[in-house]
Ligand binder design. Structure first.
Ligand code: ATR
Length: 279
């Protein structure tokens, strides 16, 4: 493949970066839409992240994604933040302005909500309380976006309760924390269950959650997408609940960046999903 001198440039900064699926994702869209552009993996060590971000305009980059462990450093480095990035304290998408300034955005919550809307048609955050399990970085975007979308209440349960309390205090709004052992009793009133922990990932034990008390109308989703059908989703589907797998969050969170850098609103399709999951 030859990249022309006029190619629109973007990429993803991480450390390490070899496992990122974003180049495949954006590469699929670039090819699909016949755009003269390139999206490259950028391995940036932590002590050079600020320098690398600052160099984007000089290199002619239209922007980039930022992944682990650089999202907080990006938050501190950019010139402007959108409201969501400010609330998250983390940036996953940088857009270089006409004047060379750097705008930091956070599209993780957008990706989470869009994935639910397309994976469970008719689902609305306002349908009822959501039970969110886990209180790491991913939980932050999940909880904030659910509240922004009109969830009446979020129950936040984490193995280490103090972390859930910290997150709840940070985000604000109608969040209640509970002990890890009481997570199953909360299922009874839940319209949505979200696993944001690493439990259920290939090589990890399954999330321990007996779904017996969950109403059959509730939707169950997982942030984990390797495997696509986690033990939690398999169990939920077997008892008749609608389930939404986690890869869609990755696909949808990429849309705003692609549109800003390459000038076209991209679509999330089965072909894209297959390309991203391949290999
Ligand atoms: P990130 O910030 O990338 O989302 P993280 O900080 O590693 O990820 O958080 C992972 C989540 O999985 C946490 O909520 C963690 O719970 P703790 O805060 O108690 O560590 C949760 N987690 C990891 N292993 C777990 C286990 N064996 N049982 C229950 N929860 C677990």
């Amino acid at each position: 493949m030859t990249i022309s001198g006029k190619a629109k440039l973007a990429g993803v900064m991480g450390w390490p970066i070899g496992h990122s699926r974003s180049p495949r994702l954006h590469g699929y869209w670039l090819e699909r839409y016949g755009i003269d552009g390139a999206y490259v993996p950028l391995a940036v060590p932590p002590d050079r992240i600020e320098q690398a971000i600052r160099a984007l305009p000089a290199l002619g980059f239209r922007g980039c994604n930022v992944t682990v462990p650089h999202k907080e450093a990006a938050y501190r480095t950019v010139d402007r933040l959108d409201a969501t990035a400010r609330r998250m304290g983390a940036v996953n998408t940088i857009v270089v302005g006409e004047d060379g300034s750097l705008e930091g955005r956070n599209t993780d919550g957008f990706g989470f909500i869009e994935n639910l809307k397309s994976g469970a048609p008719g689902w609305k955050a306002a349908d009822g309380p959501a039970l969110v399990i886990g209180a790491g970085g991913a939980a932050r975007a999940v909880v904030a976006s659910l509240l922004d979308e009109g969830a009446p209440l979020v129950w936040l349960v984490n193995r280490t309760r103090a972390r859930a309390e910290e997150l709840a205090a940070d985000i604000g709004g109608n969040i209640e924390t509970a002990d890890w052992v009481s997570r199953e009793t909360l299922l009874e009133g839940a319209a949505l269950v979200v696993n944001t922990t690493t439990q259920g990932m290939a090589g990890q034990p399954a999330l321990e959650l007996d779904l017996r008390a969950l109403p059959s109308s509730a939707v169950v989703t997982d942030i984990v997408y390797t495997p696509l059908m986690t033990p939690l989703l398999t169990a939920a589907q077997a008892r008749g609940n609608r389930v939404v797998d986690g890869v869609g969050m990755l696909l949808h969170q990429a849309r705003p960046g692609f549109a800003a850098w390459f000038g076209r609103e991209p679509e999330v399709t089965d072909g894209l999903k297959a390309a991203v999951l391949q290999g």
